[in-house]
Design a protein around this ligand. Structure first.
Ligand code: SMG
Ligand code: MG
Length: 372
């Protein structure tokens, strides 16, 4: 069975976040993203590129993703037919980089395959669980007391794992305050590359706070210093931005640059590479969890399907829809179960339907492309 790529619609979305999300690289009041709709033989599939308005988390932005899709990736696939994601990836293989852009296109093909064959994304990917453990990621707040309040609210909603964003000057006091207020909570931190090896003594102080992990303390292109830092810490380091492929994951593990890996399908260029990272880590006995990029219901559905694979043993950054948006663009929305899990969708493909009226409301630019 082969799936033709007949027509593609790109949309630049801007959605107001329920509260600003502040990290070491900047603040987002709105989530921007690209939605991708692909028509194939009477079936429509949806994908999402969780790019931001500015190059903070990654060098990619809504502008670069739109450009590389329009100028390179779409011309490489339009008018052709693909048996699956592996073949689609091959068609874009001679172009470098831009994983968030390519992941969105690959996701739309997975959705098409699922809808055309009546299979859920979970079963296409080899997922085994019906619900997955999740936590919540809290941005940097005005002060430690505000952080403790925010954490308390999420715990009251039922989240059992908290991730705190840190940066130089906003680390020990913040994390200590949360640890003191909630001595038993599963707690981890994420620096988004804000430190250097010179900060090792400061980061060592986090060792006393019983953290599950310290995420991406150093530069994304620096496995060597992560290995040096890991040798000085008891708490496992977890890599996020550094891991763009299964090859990176293998090298990071070989170098002992981390003990845990955060897998985001967008960051590694698509779901198939995400599964490859998962498989490698599982073979090596390395724990993984599914990261988040403040996705809309489209990307969140995909993350849930991925997180249902057996190697995802730690809670993911996959919170309920209402943690992010007053109104999402896909239904059904995702709700937190009392045991801090979220149900994995079971319908064909992504298992969610896009609300075209709401989608139109949050669209700031759209265009359609056909084989030329
Ligand atoms: O989707 O709940 C979420 C956000 C999780 O903290 C989160 N993601 O570095 O892991 C990370 C950040 C990246 C956010 S980029 C917008
Ligand atoms: Mg991270």
């Amino acid at each position: 069975m082969s799936y033709p790529i007949e027509r593609v619609e790109l949309r630049h979305l801007r959605m107001r976040l329920r509260s600003p999300f502040k990290t070491s690289f900047g603040v987002e009041d709105d989530r921007e993203a690209l939605a991708i709709r692909v028509w194939s033989d009477g079936v429509q599939g949806w994908g999402e590129c969780p790019v931001a308005a500015f190059p903070g988390y990654s060098y990619e932005t809504v502008g670069t993703a739109w450009h590389v899709l329009e100028a390179f990736f779409l011309p490489a696939v339009l008018g052709r037919a693909f048996e699956g994601a592996a073949e689609l990836r091959l068609a874009m293989d001679h172009y470098k980089g831009h994983p968030l852009a390519r992941a969105g296109l690959e996701l739309a093909l997975w959705d098409i395959i699922g809808r055309a064959t009546g299979q859920s994304l979970r079963s296409l990917l080899g997922g085994t669980r019906e619900r997955v453990p999740v936590g919540v990621s809290i941005g940097i707040q005005s002060d430690p007391a505000a952080l403790v309040r925010a954490a308390g609210e999420y715990l009251a909603q039922g989240y059992r794992r908290i991730k705190v964003k840190i940066m130089p000057g906003r680390d020990l006091d913040d994390v200590r305050a949360v640890r003191q207020a909630f001595p038993e909570v599963a707690l981890q931190v994420d620096a988004n590359s804000a430190y250097t090896l010179d900060d090792a003594p400061r980061l060592r102080a986090l060792d006393g706070l019983a953290l599950l992990l310290i995420e991406q303390p150093l530069a994304e292109d620096d496995l060597i210093d992560h290995a040096r830092l890991q040798a000085e810490l008891r708490t496992p380091l977890c890599l996020d931005e550094s891991i763009l492929s299964a090859r990176h994951a293998r090298q990071a593990l070989d170098l002992h640059a981390c003990g845990i890996i955060n897998i985001k399908p967008a960051r590694v260029g698509g779901l198939s590479e995400a599964v490859a990272v998962h498989d490698l880590c599982r073979e090596r006995g390395t724990a993984v969890w599914c990261g988040g990029m403040l996705e809309t219901g489209i990307g969140r559905a995909a993350n849930l399907a991925l997180a249902s694979l057996p190697g995802f043993t730690l809670p993911g950054d996959i919170s309920a829809s209402d943690r992010y948006y007053a109104r999402d663009i896909a239904a059904p929305t995702f709700r937190l179960n009392p045991d801090s899990t979220i149900d994995v969708p079971t319908g064909p493909g992504l298992g969610v339907e896009v609300d075209l009226t709401e989608l139109e409301r949050v669209t700031v630019r759209k265009a359609e492309f056909v084989a030329g």
